[in-house]
Design a protein around this ligand. Structure first.
Ligand SMILES: [Zn+2]
Ligand SMILES: [Zn+2]
Ligand SMILES: [Zn+2]
Ligand SMILES: [Zn+2]
Length: 278
């Protein structure tokens, strides 16, 4: 049996939609909306309570007083400002937008940064594992889908060859299929015997260590460059809540894997090397 929304104040546990419906149905909704706008849509706003006094700076005379008891919800809302998505997706989203603007200004100028930075050399490095043989793959030259995880774009033919023929093991050396994202053939070698399984195993064995050393060398080089040019380090709050000082450029394999989930290329996973059986 359903309960009329106007007769109760929904508990946060009932979810955002029920809370939003309840709010929107109250007569003081527009005033409340204006009052909470300062929190910028924060999911876990800080609620400030007490009295705000307006004091004349020169004389110390109190010219006005406001008690939060008189305000909607009897509190002032302030955004938590947390950068971690797990803590507050809304503030993290604002932070991501700010970070985007910082990077954009660093690349093209604007917001006080001279346009001349646009002429500075920029490197977007992508690290990919070598090929160990032809595998069935799905390549979309230009995505028009809304989300890469559910990509329904028309891919190019897998391995179109004008002179197809067969490999030395008698397997077709071409594949004209346009593979779907859930095609079990994706990632499978065109010919199991042509594929260099030994090299692949060696690569997997050492890729964790290779990536660790590559990342370490890049970060040491960037840190030295920052010190040399007087670029200050930035404070970063890690997932566990610790504050670390880092150069303003990061090499993050997690971002690469997130990009890969969106249809980009993954960096070699920095896992601990595993022993292969001979
Ligand atoms: Zn927040
Ligand atoms: Zn194929
Ligand atoms: Zn797509
Ligand atoms: Zn073969």
């Amino acid at each position: 049996m359903s309960t009329p929304l106007t007769l109760y104040r929904p508990d946060p546990a009932v979810g955002r939609i029920a809370q939003a419906l309840h709010r929107a149905a109250t007569p003081e909704f527009s005033g409340w909306l204006e009052h909470t706008a300062a929190a910028g849509g924060c999911a876990r706003p800080i609620r400030l309570t007490g009295t705000i006094a307006a004091v004349e700076a020169t004389t110390g005379r109190i010219t006005g007083r406001l008690r939060t008891d008189e305000l909607p919800d009897r509190a002032l809302y302030k955004a938590c400002g947390n950068r971690r998505e797990s803590q507050c997706p809304d503030c993290a989203w604002v932070y991501a937008g700010d970070a985007y603007q910082v990077v954009r200004c660093g690349l093209t100028g604007g917001k006080g940064v001279p346009d001349s930075v646009g002429r500075h050399p920029v490197v977007f490095a992508t690290f990919t594992a070598p090929s160990f043989g032809a595998v069935h793959h799905r390549h979309v030259a230009r995505h028009t889908c809304a989300a890469r995880q559910r990509c329904d774009c028309r891919p190019a033919p897998c391995h179109a060859r004008s002179a197809a023929g067969t490999c030395q093991h008698g397997q077709p050396a071409a594949c004209f299929a346009r593979h779907d994202t859930d095609d079990p053939q994706l990632g499978q070698p065109l010919c199991l015997d042509c594929y260099d399984h030994e090299q692949h195993a060696v690569w997997n064995y050492f890729s964790g260590e290779l990536w660790r050393r590559t990342k370490q060398a890049i970060e040491r080089h960037l840190a030295a460059l920052c010190r040399q040019r007087g670029i200050p380090f930035v404070q970063v709050v890690t997932g566990s809540g610790k504050v670390r000082r880092l150069p303003p450029v990061r090499v993050s394999h997690r971002q690469g894997r997130r990009d890969a989930a969106k249809g980009g290329r993954a960096l070699p996973r920095p896992a601990a090397p595993r022993r292969c059986r001979p």
